[in-house]
Write a protein that binds this ligand. Structure first.
Ligand code: ZN
Length: 185
């Protein structure tokens, strides 16, 4: 049974470490498979659209991602040892983090990325993203390098009531912060 793990908050040293590469042999360990299930459970419960292993205190190069829209190219995925194959463009977008609860800000990130890595069974995967999905991929990979969005963000603040309403009413990708909120929720 998957269970919800504690999401650690900014100030915890594990969030600032460069996470370790996973040996593909480790994926055969039932405890590792349990970890993936727990990460999904924890991410959906938060609720969030992305979660990196360091956020639950595990300093390994793993994240889960699921925009929870109707597009199966947007997850759910477990991504192990991710690498950028391509990055292009730049755009500012709302950002938020389950490890910096309550706040939102804006970060400038690539508009389009291609990320390669391995799935939970060690099969190669290749994810292409634009917009929210691209930003979320970059947000999660930053976590694996000890970087939080607040390091590069502008206008980090507690959302106003208007912004809360905007998010829940429209639920569209354009107003949804990365990681910390679920589209349409
Ligand atoms: Zn985050």
């Amino acid at each position: 049974m998957p269970y919800i793990r504690e999401i650690i908050q900014e100030g915890h040293p594990t969030l600032r470490k460069v996470a370790k590469k996973v040996h593909l042999e480790e994926l055969k360990d039932p405890l590792m498979q349990q970890l993936f299930d727990d990460m999904f459970e924890t991410m959906y419960d938060a609720p969030g659209i992305g979660l990196a292993a360091p956020q639950i205190g595990i300093s390994k190069r793993i994240f889960t991602i699921d925009l929870q829209d109707d597009n199966d190219e947007h997850g759910p995925f477990v991504v192990v040892n991710p690498k950028f194959e391509l990055t292009e463009g730049a755009e500012w977008r709302k950002d938020g983090c389950l490890s910096y609860e309550g706040y939102i800000g804006e970060t400038e990130r690539y508009t389009r990325v291609v990320v390669t890595g391995f799935d939970r069974y060690g099969e190669k995967i290749r994810l292409e993203g634009t917009g929210l999905f691209a930003h979320c991929l970059q947000h999660e990979i930053d976590h694996l390098n000890g970087v939080l969005y607040i390091d590069k963000a502008r206008n980090v603040h507690l959302p106003t009531e208007d912004e809360d309403e905007e998010d829940s009413d429209e639920g569209g990708a354009a107003v949804e912060p990365v990681e910390a909120a679920v589209a349409g929720d």
